[in-house]
Design a protein around this ligand. Structure first.
Ligand SMILES: Cc1ncc(COP(=O)(O)O)c(C=O)c1O
Ligand SMILES: NCC(=O)CCC(=O)O
Length: 430
C-alpha cells in the first residue's frame, strides 16, 4: 500500500506539532509505523490522503458507534451550524440531551456537559472532594481517566503504550493524594477502602477497563466496590467515557446492575464532536456552582453542534434491537476469531464484551494490569502491520480496544477474520 503523502505530511507536521500529532496514541510508535493522515470517512471505511481505503476498527477511539458520517448526524450538525455555532448561553438542545442522558443512565439525576472525557473525570473528582471534604482519589492500575493531574498515576492508554509511569509536571503534592491499586483485586480493595487512616473522597473505575486493552470486571469486584464505598461514605465514580451508550443504552451500570454515585461520559454522547459529561445523584450535583460552591465552567460547554450530534446519535441508538444486533454481531466475530486462534499456532487471548474487543498476544488470561503486561507487544506490532497492509485499521497499540460499529457489515467482519487468519499464518511460518 502506497502511503507517500501521509509520510510527507507527517514530516511536515513534526515541524510544527509535538511528535506530529495532537494526541500521543496517534503517533503509532509502539507498532513502528508513522501515522496515516485521513482525508475522509464514511460508514466503516476510512480513506487516507493517498487514496487508500481501510476498514476502521478504531472508530475515533469509540465515539463512532453508528459509523462515520451517518446521514442523520451530519444533517443535525449542519442544521445546528447554520443557526450559529456558539452563544455562550443556554440552548434548548442542552435540555434535550440532558433529559435523554437522565432517562438512559440509572445513576444520573442531573448532568453537566463539558468538552472532553478529561474534563468530565477531573470535574467529577473535584465534586467528590468538595462534597465529602476529603482529599484522596483511589483508582486502578491500568485504568485511564484522561490527562488531568490526579489521574496520571499508573495510567493506561498512551502512558502504558509509551511506558510513562507518571508524568513530569504533576507535582508530588497532587500525586500523594492519588492511590492506584490492582483492578479486580477484591483483597486489596477491601484493605484500602476500610483503612481508616486514608482520607478517601472517591473511587474512580472503568467498569469495563478499556485502556489496558479490554479487561472485564469480576462482577463481585464491582459489587464489593459499591458496598464498601457506601459503607465508608466514599463517592463511587464510574468512568463510562468508553462504556456509556456502548455496552447498552444505559451503559455498563445498566449491564451489571450496579449504580454508582457519579458517572462520567464522553465519546458517543458527542456523536464525534468534542463532548464530555458528568452526572449523578441530585444531592451531589447540586454542590456545583452556581447552586453550590464547587466550581466548574466552560466557554464552549454544551456547544450547540455537539448537542445536536449527540441527540441525533442517541436517537439512532434508541431503535429497538440496536444493541442486540450490534452486540450479537460482535460476539459472533469474537467467537470466530477465537476459533481461528485455536486452530493456529499463535497464542492469543480474546477479551470481549458488547462491541468492545482486544486480542492479547499472550498465553495467559488477561484479568488485570499485571497480566496485560505479559502480552507480547512485538507480536502485536507485527500483526498490526500485516493487517494495515491489507486495509484493516486496528488500534496502534496492544493496550487499546477494537470498536465494532453498526456500520460494520457481515462482509466487513468476515474480512477481519480472514485477514487475521492470514496474519497468524504469516507470523507462524516465519
Ligand atoms: C475511560 C476513559 N476516560 C476518560 C477518557 C478521556 O477522554 P478524552 O480523551 O475525551 O479527554 C478516555 C479516553 O480518552 C477514556 O477512555
Ligand atoms: N483509549 C484511549 C483513548 O480513548 C484516548 C485516545 C487519545 O488519547 O487520543
Amino acid at each position: 500500500m502506497e502511503t507517500r503523502q501521509s509520510k510527507a505530511m507527517f514530516a511536515e507536521a513534526e515541524k510544527v506539532i509535538p511528535g506530529g500529532v495532537n494526541s500521543p496514541v496517534r503517533a503509532c510508535r509502539s507498532v513502528g509505523c508513522t501515522p496515516l493522515f485521513i482525508e475522509r470517512a464514511d460508514g466503516a471505511s476510512l480513506y487516507d490522503v493517498d487514496g487508500n481505503r481501510y476498514l476502521d476498527f478504531v472508530c475515533s477511539w469509540g465515539p463512532m458507534i453508528l459509523g462515520h458520517a451517518h446521514p442523520e448526524v451530519v444533517a443535525a450538525i449542519g442544521a445546528a451550524a447554520a443557526a450559529g455555532t456558539s452563544f455562550g448561553a443556554p440552548t434548548p438542545a442542552e435540555i434535550t440531551l440532558a433529559e435523554m442522558v437522565v432517562e438512559a443512565v440509572p445513576s444520573v439525576e442531573k448532568v453537566r456537559f463539558v468538552n472532553s472525557g478529561t474534563e468530565a473525570t477531573m470535574s467529577a473528582a473535584r465534586l467528590a472532594r468538595g462534597y465529602t471534604g476529603r482529599s484522596m482519589v483511589v483508582k486502578f492500575d491500568g485504568c485511564y481517566h484522561g490527562h488531568a493531574d490526579s489521574f496520571l498515576v499508573k495510567a493506561g492508554s498512551g502512558l502504558l503504550t509509551l511506558g510513562i509511569p507518571g508524568s513530569p509536571g504533576v507535582p508530588e503534592d497532587i500525586v500523594k493524594n492519588t492511590l492506584s491499586i490492582p483492578y479486580n483485586d477484591i483483597d486489596s480493595l477491601e484493605k484500602t477502602l476500610t483503612d481508616e487512616r486514608l482520607d478517601i473522597a472517591c473511587v474512580i473505575v472503568e467498569p469495563v477497563a478499556g485502556n489496558m486493552g479490554c479487561v472485564l470486571p469480576d462482577p463481585a469486584f464491582l459489587q464489593r466496590l459499591r458496598t464498601l464505598s457506601t459503607e465508608r461514605g466514599i463517592v463511587l465514580i464510574f468512568d463510562e467515557v468508553i462504556t456509556g451508550f456502548r455496552l447498552a443504552y444505559g451503559g455498563a451500570q445498566h449491564h451489571f446492575g450496579i449504580t454508582p454515585d457519579l458517572t462520567c461520559l464522553g465519546k458517543i454522547i458527542g456523536g464525534g464532536l468534542p463532548v464530555g459529561a458528568y452526572g449523578g445523584r441530585a444531592e451531589i450535583m447540586d454542590q456545583i456552582a452556581p447552586d453550590g460552591p464547587v466550581y466548574q465552567a466552560g466557554t464552549l460547554s454544551g456547544n450547540p453542534l455537539a448537542m445536536a450530534a449527540g441527540i441525533a446519535t442517541l436517537k439512532q441508538l434508541q431503535r429497538p434491537g440496536f444493541y442486540e444486533e450490534l452486540n450479537d454481531k460482535a460476539a459472533t466475530c469474537a467467537q470466530r476469531l477465537r476459533e481461528i486462534a485455536a486452530a493456529g499456532d499463535i497464542p492469543v487471548q480474546i477479551n470481549s464484551i458488547g462491541s468492545l474487543m482486544t486480542m492479547f498476544f499472550s498465553t495467559d488470561p488477561v484479568t488485570d494490569f499485571a497480566s496485560a503486561m505479559k502480552a507480547d507487544t512485538t507480536r502485536y506490532a507485527e500483526h498490526y502491520c500485516n493487517m494495515l497492509g491489507q486495509g484493516i485499521y486496528l488500534a496502534p497499540s496492544q493496550f487499546e480496544v477494537a470498536f465494532i460499529s453498526a456500520a460494520h457489515s457481515a462482509n466487513d467482519l468476515e474480512k477481519l477474520q480472514k485477514m487475521t487468519e492470514w496474519s497468524f499464518k504469516k507470523m507462524a511460518d516465519r
